[in-house]
Design a protein around this ligand. Structure first.
Ligand code: ADP
Ligand code: TRP
Length: 323
């Protein structure tokens, strides 16, 4: 099975990225699939327009992938722009992508509402994402719920291409775990770099604790019963607790007599403990930029070879090169 996924270098990694996507990357890597994981730096250009910032975020995301356990011996780990063929495929796919398909994508409207410039790159971003997936003949794409529509668009584009030029492109499937498909942020909305509501993967323990203590809860008095399913603290707590402990907390919420502060304290304890090894690994990579750069360059060469194989078929099927 060929597995592929990417993350934009547009901010700091958070536990939504980890539980929603990266933990699945690790599982699939350990199951021995052919995994391709990349840093989506062309994508990040829709929001990051300073060279130094793009460089800094790219390094951060690269260290982040390595720190959580992406293993360059097992997975092809690379930077999107080291395979420029992906832009060529984007153009080819653009020419068969109906406007209506892109107009229906909610991410464009969401991002414009968040303040991003409504430019052509942002609008056609799902076509670039389709190229990322299709160029490596990927079967499975681990992502969070917010990317599901882009996988549907990718499949629609691949079907249209195959109907037009012959059966060349592989149809991918999304890989989304329902229990972590949407990790809530500290304010109860989806956790996202753009909402300033994240628990970062590599921030200090004191930072993590402070943020958890500030999570907004309702004003139900301590003695009253509470609904765990409406509580952000519980939603985050259950990412870290065993099944048994989760049930225990559910019961404590429902029977009353428990204040949110108690649940926050336990969440802080577990989150800090869980994240500590990641933080330590991350610090190691901060001190070894050249190792990280070598890993990306080597990964880029392997990814490019795979992409070129598909592009030879695409160029010939479309008439760009002689058959
Ligand atoms: P952000 O919204 O913070 O910018 P990205 O768009 O870079 O995050 O997402 C990278 C990966 O992490 C994607 O697969 C995305 O679906 C997943 N992801 C991001 N935020 C969450 C979340 N809150 N819950 C579940 N998955 C998430
Ligand atoms: N669009 C994804 C995001 O914002 C990142 C991404 C780009 C991606 N290309 C991809 C994810 C290909 C999976 C497969 O999170």
């Amino acid at each position: 099975m060929r597995v592929l996924s990417g993350i934009q270098p547009s901010g700091k990694l958070h536990i939504g990225n980890f539980f929603g996507a990266m933990r699945q990357y690790l599982r699939l890597q350990e199951q021995g699939h052919q995994c391709f994981y990349f840093i989506a730096n062309y994508h990040a250009m829709t929001s990051v327009t300073t060279a130094d910032t793009l460089q800094d975020y790219t390094k951060e995301i690269a260290r982040g992938y390595l720190a959580v356990g992406i293993d360059p011996e097992k997975a092809v780990f690379f930077r999107q722009s080291d395979v420029p063929e992906v832009c060529e495929l984007t153009w080819i796919l653009s020419c068969i992508t109906p406007m209506g398909l892109l107009q229906r994508c909610v991410s464009y409207k969401d991002k414009v509402d968040q303040g991003l410039a409504p430019n052509h790159g942002l609008f056609c971003y799902p076509v670039l994402m389709a190229s990322d997936i299709l160029i490596y003949e990927s079967n499975l794409v681990p992502v969070g719920q917010d990317q599901k529509q882009h996988l549907e668009v990718t499949r629609d584009i691949a079907i249209k291409f195959n109907n037009t030029y012959g059966e060349i492109l592989t149809l991918p499937e999304p890989y989304i775990l329902p229990e972590t498909a949407v990790v809530p942020g500290l304010d109860g909305r989806k956790m996202s770099k753009s909402y300033d509501n994240t628990l970062e993967l590599f921030e200090s323990a004191s930072q993590t604790k402070k943020k958890i203590m500030r999570i907004v809860t309702d004003s139900t008095p301590v003695e009253d019963p509470k609904d765990p399913d409406k509580c952000t603290v519980f939603a985050l707590l259950k990412l870290f607790t065993s099944e048994e402990e989760t049930k225990d907390w559910q019961q404590r919420y429902r029977q009353g007599g428990m204040g949110y502060g108690e649940a926050k304290k336990r969440l802080a304890e577990l989150a800090v403990q869980y994240l500590e090894p990641f933080r330590q690994q991350y610090q190691k990579f901060v001190q070894d930029d050249s190792y990280v750069e070598d890993v990306l360059r080597e990964g880029g060469k392997k990814a490019r070879l795979a992409a070129q194989q598909l592009m030879d078929k695409v160029r010939s099927a479309t008439g760009l090169t002689p058959k």
